[in-house]
Write a protein that binds this ligand. Sequence first.
Ligand code: ADP
Length: 169
Amino acid sequence: MSAQIEVVVGDITELEVDAIVNAANKQLKGGGGVDGAIHRAAGPGLLEDCRRLNGCETGDVKVTGGHDLPASWVIHAVGPVWGGDKEEKDRLLAACYTTALRKAEGLGCASIAFPAISTGVYGFPGDRAARVAVKALRATLPDCGSIEKVVLCCFSEESATHHRVALEQ
Ligand code: ADP
């Protein structure tokens, strides 16, 4: 039995899950949007950890502890900036979900929450990003035996609708 994927509307920093995913930038130096919210809620120790990681490539992830967050781990994923070669951007976005999930499995996590990576400042269309996310998660979950629950943590009803529609397909 594959894990359950659920959609919630809320602030990812408040979720009681083993790992939350951050929509980070390549420098891993914090920023706006969900990245800023995660750094504020985790406290300054998170930035200290991030500084030691030498940045992160687009489509890849790096892991830190959760510091003051309820989550034990933060998996920092760098999503693509929308524009140019759309199929390539889909591939890079899918890689964020796949790699983060595999990393969580490696950490022994039972639960993980994702924000809608790249759909804020990075400009990815919300409906397309949701389809990419759901497809990548469904393809990877069967290999990730420790994962019992995946939360798609949306920050608006519109984003939640995109994810619910993607899950129905
Ligand atoms: P990116 O640069 O990858 O586009 P953003 O942080 O700008 O990252 O946006 C990614 C998504 O995260 C957007 O859908 C945004 O609305 C959402 N978001 C912003 N703050 C939070 C939060 N505290 N919890 C969950 N999602 C959030």
